[in-house]
Design a protein around this ligand. Structure first.
Ligand SMILES: NC(=O)c1ccc[n+]([C@@H]2O[C@H](COP(=O)([O-])OP(=O)(O)OC[C@H]3O[C@@H](n4cnc5c(N)ncnc54)[C@H](O)[C@@H]3O)[C@@H](O)[C@H]2O)c1
Length: 222
């Protein structure tokens, strides 16, 4: 595996579960020392405990990696400063920050309390996290974005073609599969990923899914 994070330090927020946990595990597997942050609240983002982050740290350490836990809320600036200090005190540097922490408030705008809206805005430090429902499938692109050869100003994946987003287009893309060398495959195929020949504006969100499924089926048949 040519993408190697040996000697580098990563902070992954909201890494007690879901995508963040997968990001932390994948970075650690490739040698990064990881500060695993998670508020550890309930599904509503209330309460808090460092135990969710600690469980991921334990998993990394038992696999031979190096990690420390942190229970700060990313909404608390002082706690975030202390979190960065914790990584600096332990390892003397921070190379990678994955702003993953997030919460959901599944309510229509008219039914949503202004405090909920405000909280979502506060927690989502990063405007867009490009992902699918399967956390592991997102991680290869994240590793490529954090490696030394990272393609600057490239967005790996964005939702396309749903109602009122005709301004977002979709390139043909490549199918990578789920093997351990998916990040290296992605890096090697970057020119093909960015090739705008045959670019389309899908008629609906399912256009993107159909393209992906067709490529996956073709790859499995080959
Ligand atoms: N899964 C998806 O389909 C999807 C789609 C679009 C965007 N996202 C975004 O990707 C990110 C990860 O998604 P997920 O599905 O893994 O979510 P998740 O709910 O499984 O994990 C989010 C983690 O963030 C933590 N967290 C919440 N508020 C925090 C805070 N203030 N400080 C620190 N940690 C906090 C939670 O405890 C939780 O462990 C989120 O920001 C989410 O909004 C996910």
């Amino acid at each position: 595996m040519s993408i190697d994070f040996q000697g580098r330090v990563a902070i992954v927020t909201g890494a007690g579960g879901g995508l963040g946990k997968q990001h932390a595990l994948a970075l650690a597997k490739r040698g990064a020392k990881v500060l695993v942050n998670d508020l550890g609240g309930n599904v509503h983002g209330e309460g808090g405990s460092v135990s969710a982050a600690q469980a991921v740290v334990d998993e990394i350490i038992s696999a031979g990696g190096e990690a420390i836990a942190n229970g700060a809320s990313v909404t608390d600036y002082e706690a975030v400063q202390a979190m960065v200090k914790q990584a600096m005190d332990k390892w003397g540097r921070v190379d990678i920050l994955v702003n993953n922490a997030g919460i959901l408030r599944d309510k229509s705008f008219s039914k949503m309390e202004i405090s909920d809206f405000r909280l979502v805005m506060e927690v989502h430090v990063m405007g867009a996290v490009h992902c699918t429902k399967e956390p592991q499938a997102v991680v290869p692109a994240m590793l490529v974005m954090a490696c030394e050869d990272a393609p600057n100003r490239t967005i790996m994946c964005a939702g396309a073609g749903s109602f009122e987003v005709a301004n977002i287009t979709l390139t043909q893309g490549v199918h990578l599969g789920m093997s351990d060398d998916a990040p290296e495959q992605l890096l090697a195929a970057m020119a093909q990923v960015k090739d705008r020949h045959g670019e389309l504006v899908p008629g609906s969100g399912s256009g993107q899914g159909s393209l992906e499924v067709a490529k996956a089926m073709a790859a499995h048949k080959a």
